[in-house]
Every structure is written in structure tokens, then in C-alpha cells.
Write a protein that binds this ligand. Structure first.
Ligand code: ADP
Ligand code: MG
Length: 354
């Protein structure tokens, strides 16, 4: 194994010399520094694998500051060796995230154990960090394949299938292929949206958009499903021309999911109410249904990804509300639900007015 290199930052000459002598005998390569600045210079030259740092040092850079900078610039573990153990020093010292804290007068065995433990822990942490970075890279690569290659291949199926399915009955094989391919395309889109939200790079292009227009588009897209279940649709839109500052495509995506859920969970002959309420700076959209409602214990989980109520029949991937929350928060708005079991649920979100 390579020899570990220790930087001893200590202004008391005798202590420093004592440490150098014994640590060298133990097989370490050792260099000393007597001030904070000196420590940073020596670290540059010596490239230590660990630093033992006294807290009280002469000069502009005290031990804690030196430790913080050593840790940042050289990514090495720090072990404090000091005579101070009062609460405020301990609190301050912890800001450099030390790997150990040894009180003077110390035993050499203690120092050796602390050095070995710190080196081991630091090596494990670095290894874990590398593994995490590798996993992130791998995920990015998989996403790139999904987003480009898989989506393109799916279009190769979808476009001809749509031509074959034209004028065929809803229950035909051709229409079934189209429906399957469309669901697959939506799922791929959802997975990619989740990845963008997680990475904080969901892109939105805001422009002033009339709220009523967004609601109309959502309703029109889902009209067949509403009719199929004979659901009554109530629209309470005092002033549908009020505009919001938003990415219309993204907000339509949110509305389609919320309205889609409301339709999915409302029994036949039920009722869905769409409501717009305007404040000074915000517009609130609400979608209320007469479905089964959501148990209070499940409400905190609703907006988690892949979450489904264990009571409900599994209808989708459980990504819709997670994506909706990501989109609304990206716009500076909020999304929440009020619900009572047996009565129904109301999903609401706010957007800044244009
Ligand atoms: N209007 C609603 N009424 C009752 N439960 C709902 C409603 N909307 C959502 N949920 C619950 O939240 C879960 C997650 O919804 P969502 O994220 O849209 O995913 P998905 O639609 O794929 O199930 C649903 O599976 C359901 O359990
Ligand atoms: Mg959904």
C-alpha cells in the first residue's frame, strides 16, 4: 500500500517535532506547518493524504479556517489536535466537517487510530461518491437512448399504424395497435419528464395565455371519456379571459392529468366541477370530483413518483401528479389537494397572473 502522507499543522514547535518523530517511526511521510497560510502552501507542494490541525494558530488564518480550506481545495480528511473543548469552539470546528477531534495531551496510539480511521472512512466515501457519479452517468446514457432511439422507433410503428387504423372500428386490431403505441409514447414522455424534473432542467417557455382557453382545450381532449361515463361537467369560470404567465403546453399537460384522474375516479353519472378563482397576483384552478376521495394518510404520498393508492385499481404509472407538481412549482405556483373519503377530491393549483 502507498505510504500515507500527513500534514501536521501545529505552531508549538515541541509538539510538532514530537509528532513528526513518532509518526515517521510509524511509517508515515510527515511535513509540518506552523500557520494557516504555511499549511496551505505546504499542502500544495506536499499533496498530503490527511491533515492534523491545531485550532489556535498565529496569523490571519486560524486552524478552523485552514482546515476548511484544506478540505475544500485538496479533498483530504481533517483531524483536529487541540487543547480546546468548549462548546463554541466545537461548534465552529465542526463547520470544516472534521473526521476526528483529539484533545491534548494525547497518546500516540490515539493519533494513530484516528489517522487510520479517518483515512479509511475518507477512502470509503470517495469510493461511494465515484459509484454515485457513475450511476448518474449511466442513467443519463440510458435516458439518451430512451429519448432518441426508442421514441423514434415507436414513431416508425405509430405513423403507419395510424394510416392502417383510419376508418377502422374502435375495436379493430389496427386501432388497438395505435392505442398501445400511443400509451407507450406517453409513458416514455412521462419518464423523460421525471428525469428532467429530478435534474432540475425541465424547460418551460412562458407567455401570457388565457386561462379559459387552457381549460377548453383540456375539456375538448377528454370529451369522449366524459361522455362515455355520463359525467356532468360544471364550469364556474367568472372571467375565462384572465391570462396567466405560463408554458401553455405544460399547463395543458397538468390539466389533462388532473381532469383525467377526476374522470378515472368519478363513478358514472358523477359530477366534475372546474373552477377559476382570481387573486391580485395569482389565478387558482380547481378540479373537483365526486369520486371515492383520498384517505388523510395517503395525502402526503400523492405527489410522490410512482405512488398509487393500494386501495385503487392500478390505472397508470403513478407519475402524473409528480410531474404536475414539478411543472407547477417550476412556474412559481403551488399544487395541493383537499379530499374527504366518500365525498370526493378537489385538486387545486395556482399560477402567476400575466
Ligand atoms: N381525483 C382523484 N381521486 C382519487 N384518487 C386520486 C385522484 N387523483 C389521483 N388519485 C390517486 O393518486 C394516484 C396517483 O395519481 P397520478 O400521479 O396521476 O398517477 P396515475 O394517474 O398514473 O395513477 C392515483 O393512482 C390515485 O390513487
Ligand atoms: Mg394520472
Amino acid at each position: 500500500m502507498a505510504q500515507s502522507r500527513i500534514l501536521v499543522v501545529e505552531d508549538e514547535q515541541l509538539v510538532a517535532l514530537d509528532l513528526v518523530k513518532h509518526l515517521s517511526e510509524m511509517g508515515y511521510a510527515v511535513v509540518t506547518a506552523s500557520s494557516g497560510q504555511h499549511a496551505l502552501d505546504e499542502a500544495n507542494r506536499f499533496q498530503p493524504s490527511i491533515a492534523l490541525v491545531d485550532i489556535k494558530l498565529p496569523g490571519a488564518i486560524d486552524g478552523i479556517e485552514a482546515a476548511r480550506r484544506l478540505r475544500q481545495a485538496f479533498d483530504i480528511p481533517i483531524v483536529y489536535v487541540t487543547a480546546y473543548a468548549d462548546d463554541s469552539t466545537l461548534k465552529q470546528a465542526s463547520t470544516a466537517e472534521p473526521y476526528g477531534y483529539i484533545l491534548k495531551p494525547f497518546q500516540l496510539r490515539e493519533i494513530k487510530a484516528a489517522v487510520e480511521m479517518a483515512l479509511h472512512r475518507h477512502a470509503m466515501e470517495s469510493q461511494r461518491q465515484h459509484q454515485a457519479q457513475r450511476a448518474v452517468r449511466l442513467r443519463e446514457e440510458i435516458l439518451a437512448i430512451v429519448s432518441h432511439d426508442l421514441r423514434n422507433l415507436l414513431n416508425v410503428i405509430l405513423l403507419p399504424a395510424q394510416q392502417l387504423a383510419a376508418n377502422k372500428p374502435v375495436c379493430s386490431l389496427e386501432q388497438a395497435i395505435v392505442r398501445g403505441a400511443q400509451r407507450m409514447k406517453r409513458l416514455i414522455g412521462d419518464l423523460l419528464d421525471v428525469a428532467s424534473i429530478d435534474a432540475g432542467r425541465l424547460s418551460i417557455e412562458r407567455r401570457a395565455t388565457p386561462a379559459g382557453e387552457l381549460l377548453c382545450q383540456a375539456i375538448e381532449s377528454l370529451r369522449p371519456e366524459i361522455a362515455e361515463k355520463s359525467i356532468a361537467l360544471d364550469e364556474q369560470l367568472p372571467d375565462p379571459s384572465i391570462s396567466v404567465q405560463c408554458d401553455p403546453g405544460r399547463i395543458l399537460q397538468v390539466l389533462l392529468n388532473l381532469l383525467g384522474n377526476a374522470i378515472k375516479f368519478t363513478p358514472p353519472q358523477g359530477r366534475i366541477t372546474l373552477r377559476l378563482t382570481s387573486g391580485d397576483h395569482l389565478l387558482c384552478f380547481a378540479i373537483a370530483d365526486t369520486g371515492p376521495g383520498i384517505a388523510p394518510s395517503e395525502i402526503p404520498l400523492l405527489f410522490e413518483r410512482f405512488w398509487h393508492s393500494p386501495r385503487a385499481y392500478r390505472h397508470g404509472a403513478g407519475l402524473g401528479l409528480y410531474i404536475a407538481k414539478g411543472i407547477i412549482e417550476m412556474h412559481g405556483g403551488q399544487i395541493w389537494v383537499d379530499s374527504r373519503l366518500g365525498t370526493g377530491s378537489t385538486f387545486s393549483f395556482t399560477l402567476p397572473r400575466a
